[in-house]
Design a protein around this ligand. Structure first.
Ligand code: ADP
Ligand code: ASP
Ligand code: MG
Length: 344
């Protein structure tokens, strides 16, 4: 059997119990006969804590020092996971980005990977070891630490999978796959079995942070099959690949190409916590299914909120939104039922 690259995000390695659980998942894959390389993120919200620390000390942290600081979270996780694996009898070895020879450009906050030399990692895998690589970090030609941008462990994992020619790159997270919209915001969003790289790029560029956009680009470029799945419960997750030829029933996600939708926008809403609920609550109580939603960055304390619904529900939604707009003191409600390809 071939190589699997497994990536575990922050919530999946948030504490000792979760790390032990991750070790169990890894060992299970080994028992099934796969060689396994793992990429880990920092524990829980550790990276946020480090970013805040930097900010508290210096409102404009120098990028070199910033990268040096915020990359430390991953080093903790990688060593802990290697230790957890060893405690369970599985040989393991952890690598920082530099040890894993992930060479990047000089952009310390959002570096791009230039090259990666995986010969030593391959040797470890051949020797039956599990390799654990710190996500999010690389180094530049000077030998300084760089980081790959927030959410960058996804890109570390895909790059490693591409270089190792892995059978699949599995992104374990706190949701059980890719949904038509963020399942934490849109409660009736649907999990998709399969998505193409193009569709996933579209979703990521609409703000679905389930995968870093660069990771999707990379996976598409090197044709690395990607799977998003939960580290909390077993399941098939969502497979992201090129569309298979001759698929009898091609499953179109309908994310950005649903031609049966209308778009509505409520503009100039005071940006307070809970505002999304205030807007979407009455819509969903009326039995109207919301598909894509997007909330713009707040300007002068106000935000614009756009979402799509089935064309049949257009009129009812506008009526509801007019009421909500006056309750919230929003500027106006706009609707669009004419265009058919929405890119929010
Ligand atoms: P990790 O720490 O594992 O990298 P992230 O927080 O970066 O996890 O990404 C997972 C989160 O992405 C989920 O908790 C979910 O709220 C959010 N998300 C946004 N859009 C989507 C989507 N379309 N499908 C699934 N999850 C999404
Ligand atoms: N720990 C980094 C972050 O929070 C990288 C990652 O999790 O992908 O952005
Ligand atoms: Mg992430």
């Amino acid at each position: 059997m071939g190589i699997l690259v497994l990536k575990f995000g922050g919530t999946s390695v948030a504490n000792v119990e979760r790390i032990n659980h991750v070790a169990d998942i890894v060992i299970k894959k080994r028992k099934e006969g796969h060689s396994v390389a793992v990429v880990v993120s920092a524990m829980g919200a550790e990276t946020d804590r480090l970013v805040e620390l930097a900010q508290a000390i210096n409102s404009d942290p120098h990028p070199r020092e910033y990268a040096c600081l915020v990359s430390t979270g991953e080093q903790v996780s990688m060593a802990l996971l290697a230790l957890a694996l060893m405690a369970k009898g599985q040989k393991a070895r952890s690598y920082t980005g530099k040890q894993a020879k992930i060479l990047t450009d000089d952009n310390h906050r959002k570096a791009r990977i230039i090259e990666m030399d995986v010969e030593h990692i391959k040797q470890d895998l051949d020797a039956g070891e599990v390799v654990v690589v710190a996500g999010f970090q690389g180094y530049n030609r000077r030998g300084d630490i760089t980081t790959l941008g927030r959410g960058g462990s996804d890109t570390s994992a895909v790059a490693l999978a591409a270089k190792l020619n892995a059978d699949e790159c599995q992104i374990y997270t706190d949701v059980d796959g890719v949904y038509t919209a963020d399942p934490r915001v849109v409660l009736d969003a649907r999990r998709m079995e399969r998505v193409t790289f193009e569709e996933m790029l579209e979703l990521a560029s609409l703000g679905a942070k389930v995968l870093q956009i660069r990771a999707v680009e990379f996976a598409g470029k090197y044709n690395v099959p990607l799977r998003v799945l939960s580290s909390f419960e077993e399941g098939p997750g969502t497979l992201i690949t090129y569309e298979e030829k001759n698929m009898e029933n091609p499953i179109v996600s309908g994310v950005a190409y649903n031609r049966n939708e209308a778009k509505v926008t409520i503009r100039g809403v005071p940006d307070r916590p809970g505002v999304a609920n205030h807007i979407l609550g009455p819509v969903s109580s009326a039995g109207i299914e919301v598909d894509m939603i997007i909330q713009n960055i707040s300007e002068d304390g106000c935000t614009d909120f756009t979402f799509t619904i089935n064309r049949e529900d257009y009129k009812a939604t506008i009526d509801i939104l007019e009421r909500t707009a006056s309750e919230l003191g929003a500027r106006e409600v706009l609707g669009d039922i004419k265009s058919r390809n929405y890119r929010l």
